[in-house]
Design a protein around this ligand. Structure first.
Ligand code: SAJ
Length: 423
């Protein structure tokens, strides 16, 4: 049993909250997870994770069976609250903080003096201060940190998550963490909480800096991927293999170019830079342009496929997920591409996604169906590789060479080069 915190409540049991809740519980902390999704709550209480992430299910099962982790629909009193709710974009690309506001309103009634509140959601600078103001309005009987002085009843800190899907359970423990309190006492208390399971460094700062650090990390990656994507379109126009250019340029000791792809997906990198652009306006043209370059890439891929395919051709689209070896279709550029192909192409579109059993009903793909890889590859006139899943590496080079093909990930570049040499 960990002595530092009696009970920790995790508000939001999604991609970040559930792994965090499970790992804390696995270290002996009593964890109560809170979510508005009744299905997720009952699945967790039955000992199952409601989404796939390596090692997560086993940890949820173990901690639920031991009685350390349980899920509820309404917040209960706890010693610390970790808020990990979504912060999406509004239609005009402004941050939508309604879930953070709602989390604040929901925990306000159960707060007591001495409690620690940590916000992990990716947030525009100033969000933790906004949360403090929301809570102060709901609980005038408690003192919240307002001016940096340590004289408050409630400790509040911002601590951004940085775990990558596919390696979450490892990165949760190994990665360094940035902890920014509204007060020094909050930074110290939150650092102690992360010290329960983090083996990486826990680096203290203030809340606004920590908020900006999180946005900076994802904007940095977005800008670097945009460079690779723009380069791939330039190389395509010049009939040069972009992946070879990148490989060779990366032999330079101070050059490290990322990989081009069909666009940038997921819930973070394609969203978070807008938080900076929204706050910074004209002082962030580079980050805005990077977003636009990455957002244009799926259209470029669609145009390439349409130019290659003849009317009536059967097109096999390999991969629907937002990146390799995951079943996560959120904000996937591959989905954007197949939706456009289904609208524009007058032949069959065959979809292959080895990590899902059926297409989500929300997708409207009139002339497309999900089929097994072998069948799609054998029957296709055109192969469009959209995700570098491990299964697609095993497709025979002769099969690829015998078809018209587009490879957005550079997985088959050796064969297509040979193709070109044989032309
Ligand atoms: N991508 C490329 N080329 C690359 C790398 C990625 O096209 O060289 C594409 C991927 O295919 C994918 C998208 O970018 O569509 C994003 O994938 P990713 O693996 O770069 O990142 P995410 O979205 O899975 O997770 C990111 C991570 N942030 C950084 O690496 C700075 C993760 O650490 C964060 O915790 C996560 O965002 C988050 O939740 O903010």
């Amino acid at each position: 049993m960990n002595q530092s915190y009696g009970t920790v409540s995790v508000i939001g049991l999604g991609y970040i909250g559930l792994p965090t809740a499970a790992v804390l519980a696995s270290r002996g902390v009593e964890v109560v997870g809170v979510d508005v999704n009744a299905t997720a709550v009952s699945e967790i209480n039955e000992g199952r994770a409601h989404f796939f992430e390596p090692e997560l299910d086993a940890m949820v099962r173990g901690t639920v069976q031991e009685g350390r982790l349980r899920a509820v629909l309404q917040p209960e009193p706890a010693d610390a609250f970790i808020i990990a709710v979504p912060t999406p974009l509004t239609a005009d690309r402004a941050p939508d903080l309604s879930y953070v506001d709602a989390a604040g309103v929901s925990i306000a009634p159960v707060l007591k003096a001495g409690d620690l509140i940590i916000l992990e959601s990716t947030s525009p600078v100033g969000t933790l201060e906004r949360l403090a103001a929301t809570l102060a309005a709901a609980r005038p009987d408690l003192a919240f940190p307002a001016d940096g002085s340590d004289a408050s009843d409630i400790l509040m800190a911002y601590c951004p998550e940085r775990i990558i899907p596919g390696r979450m359970m490892t990165e949760l423990v190994e990665n360094d963490r940035i902890v920014g309190g509204l007060t020094k006492a909050a930074t110290t208390a939150a650092s102690a909480l992360y010290g329960i399971f983090v083996r990486g460094k826990i680096v203290p700062t203030d809340a606004r800096t920590a908020e900006m650090v999180k946005l900076t990390e994802n904007a940095y990656r977005d800008v670097n991927i945009a460079f690779a994507n723009e380069l791939s379109m330039v190389c395509d126009g010049l009939d040069i293999d972009a992946w070879e250019v990148i490989d060779l340029a990366n032999h330079h000791p101070r050059v490290n170019i990322l990989q081009p792809g069909p666009g940038v997906g997921g819930h973070c990198i394609a969203v978070d830079p807008w938080f900076i652009v929204h706050a910074a306006g004209e002082t962030a043209p580079l980050m805005r342009t990077a977003r636009e370059v990455n957002d244009r890439k799926p259209d470029f891929v669609v145009d390439k496929i349409m130019a290659l395919a003849s009317p009536g051709d059967r097109i096999a689209c390999l991969g629907l997920a937002y990146k390799a070896d995951t079943d996560d279709l959120r904000e996937s550029p591959a989905i954007e591409i197949v939706e456009a192909l289904c609208r524009k192409h007058d032949g069959e579109v065959m979809l292959v996604e080895p990590n899902i059993a059926q297409l989500p009903p929300r997708l409207s793909l009139p002339n497309a169906k999900l089929i097994a890889m072998e069948e799609a590859v054998n029957n296709a006139d055109v192969l469009a590789l959209l995700v570098d899943h491990r299964e697609f590496k095993a497709i025979e080079p002769e099969v690829i060479r015998s078809k018209k093909s587009i490879d957005t990930r550079g997985l088959w570049r050796a064969y297509s080069r040979q193709n070109r040499a044989n032309d």
